[in-house]
Design a protein around this ligand. Structure first.
Ligand SMILES: Nc1ncnc2c1ncn2[C@@H]1O[C@H](COP(=O)(O)OP(=O)(O)OP(=O)(O)O)[C@@H](O)[C@H]1O
Ligand SMILES: O=C(O)C1=C[C@@H](O)[C@@H](O)[C@H](O)C1
Length: 302
């Protein structure tokens, strides 16, 4: 005699049960003395264990479906690994809703080298947290009425740009509910940290090879500290980034939270950080912010 396995799998709220390409039938062996009964009420339950995100879009979980009748012990109908598609956008939304009340409106400052994704990831975070987004380079450009940071460097020099950058950060520090993409060099001035400490700072730590690839692909024209006229774009950019990183790594490490793309890639089973989507990086940023908030509160109520 076969029994139908109920459809209602109990799954983690992170994964919609409708997303499982699951079997909806399984067989139940029933002892001879029940065979006369027309209908056999059985209780079917499912358990997911050891959930692991192993790529951006899939999760492997071990699933056990068991069935019990009255006081008879449960027997296992199905067990094994399932490869379940899941929705990063939903994870991001859930995580942002979880931590948003604990931010108390504090701004999020993204720090990191040129090209590390502060603007790209910052926009994702601002959208999901319903925060406004600002790019401090853009605010300086607007303040000076210049077309680009490169133009400001050319016309007035780096020192002038840095003063304007500090002034922009001071003004932003008076506001709430912002995600701010800071200039790559904002971390070197201690006064800037005084302003950023009004909010929560997050360092997007991207391997220099990946940064050099990204920047060489779009050209260095808009990045005055990396600009060069001749030579192999990747190699020159990589060398310049290496020396800037030597000067700045300690300053970046002042951030309240660090998102290491290498760590995220390893966690999700990618060999290369370039496979990480901005959404996956934004999820990690929220997880790291959550870690900081827990430490800050000295409790684990989150
Ligand atoms: N996760 C990602 N994967 C691949 N490319 C990315 C990713 N995030 C950003 N990029 C690309 O890298 C480049 C730099 O990104 P973005 O402008 O967000 O960085 P940034 O830190 O704000 O840079 P800067 O400080 O120089 O303005 C862009 O061309 C962007 O499309
Ligand atoms: O890393 C840096 O020093 C800079 C990064 C850019 O965001 C701009 O702020 C400017 O090009 C300088």
């Amino acid at each position: 005699m076969d029994g139908k396995v109920a459809n209602g799998l109990v799954v983690s709220p992170r994964i919609g049960s409708e997303r499982f390409a699951r079997r909806t039938c399984g067989s139940v062996r029933v002892s001879r003395r029940f065979r006369e009964q027309d209908r056999l009420p059985v209780l079917v339950s499912a358990q997911l264990q050891d959930k692991t995100r192993n790529s951006n879009w899939h999760k492997t979980a071990s699933l056990e479906v068991s069935c019990s009748y009255k006081n008879f012990p449960a027997s296992v109908l199905e067990s094994g690994g399932i490869h379940a598609p899941f929705d990063d956008a939903l994870i991001l939304k859930n995580k942002s809703q979880e931590i948003e009340p604990y931010l108390s409106g504090r701004c999020i400052y993204l720090v990191g080298m040129m090209g590390s994704g502060k603007t790209t990831v910052g926009k994702v975070l601002s959208q999901v947290l319903s925060y406004a987004f600002f790019d401090s380079d853009t605010l300086v450009e607007q303040d000076v009425d210049a077309n680009s940071v490169a133009e400001i460097f050319n016309l007035y020099g780096e020192g002038f740009f840095r003063d304007k950058e500090t002034e922009v950060l001071r003004k932003l520090s008076l506001m709430h509910r912002l995600v701010v993409s800071t200039g790559g060099g904002a971390v070197v001035r201690p006064i800037n940290w005084k302003y950023m400490q009004k909010g929560i700072s997050v360092w997007l730590d991207v391997p220099l090879e990946a940064l050099a690839r990204r920047i060489a692909a779009v050209g260095t024209g808009s990045r005055p500290l990396l600009h060069h006229d001749s030579g192999d774009a990747y190699t020159k950019t990589f060398m310049r980034l290496t020396s800037l990183m030597e000067e700045r790594s300690e300053a970046y490490a002042n951030a309240n939270a660090r998102v290491s793309l290498e760590d995220v890639a390893a966690k999700l089973g990618h060999r290369d950080v370039s496979n990480l989507t901005p959404t996956a990086i934004a999820i990690e940023a929220l997880e790291q912010i959550e870690g900081f908030l827990k430490e800050e509160n000295g409790d684990f109520a989150l």
